[in-house]
Structures are given as structure tokens and as C-alpha cells.
Design a protein around this ligand. Sequence first.
Ligand code: SF4
Length: 119
Amino acid sequence: MSAVEELYERLKKVNEPKGYFFTKDEDLVWQLLAGLLKNKERYGYMSCPCRLASGDREADKDIICPCDYREADVKEYGSCYCNLYVSKEWNEGTIPHVPVPERRPPEKSPFNRWPGMDA
Ligand code: SF4
């Protein structure tokens, strides 16, 4: 079994009982899981594959998957920001699939933390 397949099985087992399902779009699932593994290799933790991490675990802790925003996003939109985790209704197509807006506060993005900005 590949590392991505192992991650798939492990996360599915932990998350489905909590009501978080992988999206039916399997290609997207594999891409995002590969992104999580890449980030683990790069930073030492699985930061969100759809967001730019800073490399500082403390600064990135809100976007370590599952991020702090998943619960509210799945509740409100039926999907997390990346569309990796979705509700049953999302997969069944009984709710509209709208783009999930970024819920992370802008000041937490590395783009907004250039050196000297706080001076
Ligand atoms: S948006 Fe989805 S994939 Fe990204 S960290 Fe949150 S739960 Fe994980």
C-alpha cells in the first residue's frame, strides 16, 4: 500500500464517524492527500494543501489538517475550504456546491507578515 493509500484509509476511518467524508471527486482526494504528505515532508506537519504555510508550527497550527475552520465550513457550506472533507449532503448533491470562502483571518497569512510590517 502506498503512503497516500495508507493516509486515505487512516483518515477515512477517523473522520467518517464524525460526519466528515472525503469528497466523491477521487482525483481531488488523491491530490490533496499527496499535498498533505508533501507538507509533512517539507514542514514536519500536515498543513493545509490549499494554503501557504509559514513553516512555523505555532503560526500554522490553525491550518494543520483538519484545520480550525473545517467544522464551521462544513456546517455552513457542506465542505471544507479545500473540498477534501464534505458532508453527506454535499456528496449526495442535495445542497448547492458553492466555493468556500477563506475563513482564516488575513493577518494569519504569511503574505501579510513581511518583515518590518509590525514596525
Ligand atoms: S481546508 Fe480541508 S484540507 Fe485544508 S486543512 Fe482544512 S480540513 Fe484540511
